[in-house]
Design a binder for this molecule. Sequence first.
Ligand code: UFG
Length: 344
Amino acid sequence: MEKGPRKRILVTGGAGFIGSHAAVALHEAGYAPVIIDDLRNSRKSAVKGIESLLSVPVEWHRVDCGDAEAMKPVFKQPVHGAIHFAADKAVGESVAHPEKYFDNNVGGTARFVAQLRNHGVQHLVFSSSCTVYGEAEELPVSEDAPILPAASPYGYTKQACEDLLRITHAAAEGQLGISILRYFNPIGAHPSAHLGELPLGPPPNLVPYLLQAVAGNSGPLIVFGDNYPTPDGTCIRDYLHVCDLAEAHVAALRWLEQHQGALDVFNLGTGRGTSVKEVITAFHLATGLDVPHKIGDRRPGDVTAIYADAAKADEVLGWRTTRSLEDCLRDAWRWQQRLQDTPS
Ligand code: UFG
């Protein structure tokens, strides 16, 4: 890393699950993460977790990143780049309240990007999702797969954000480079157990729910359908460790630094598909513990199978996952145990 003051990188949603791990990865790579989070869907304890893990204070602002007036103090010092995570992400809620999702996810992104342009910020990494592919026709799915109708309003907001960013990129005429990252299924936690997922309310996703079931805080895990056309009948996803995912953001930022004004899109996954039943087996292998579970009905909106063709991120960004599914589940369980001991 070059000498001189660390370059400030705004991390919107930096108190969230992926954002907090990305803040750590940025610091470790020599940048100064600046956490922007209004805590509407996260907790201040995540910022404390980052600070205790890094043993340094981090700059953070409790503010809505879409509120240009309230964001003014953030831009008083030079801003080198931004990673935009802040968004609503509960698929079920998006079905009930699509207008909230379009306002916060698409409107919020538009309002934030306008500030970046006004302040001459040159690099933006955007948090997208494999949900933009809908029910992919070919697996593994590569970045040039068609963008099909999304399975949820949440999915439509990610598609709309990608369109917004492409159009804004053209309008910026080389002044703003954008890297769009399409995440597959991030799970796990920091191995130190200082950071992990803090779902507010009942967890909607597989691994947080599985942890609750094993910890005895809930009923058994319900496997949503075992009659899908897959080898064991359960849905297939591409689960990657949140620390691997965090490191991809540093790689994307470095790539933007080397390709001023560029725009590109990258899948971030392992390239391997894993069924729900295989996750349950892997958890047992990783921890020696059984997952209480039973088979339930299919969940509306679930696609049968999706996993990444992750070759482009490897070739262009020099990034690939290094942690196994067992690593993910062991780290997630360690975090769950810490939460049980010291609830936030
Ligand atoms: N599942 C269960 N039981 C549960 C929860 C989930 O069997 O209690 C199954 C689902 O049916 C699915 C798999 O576990 O087959 C993974 O489900 P998640 O909810 O963990 O993840 P999704 O693949 O549905 O969704 C994730 C993100 C979304 C994002 C989507 C596509 O949570 O935000 O990937 O990008 F939109």
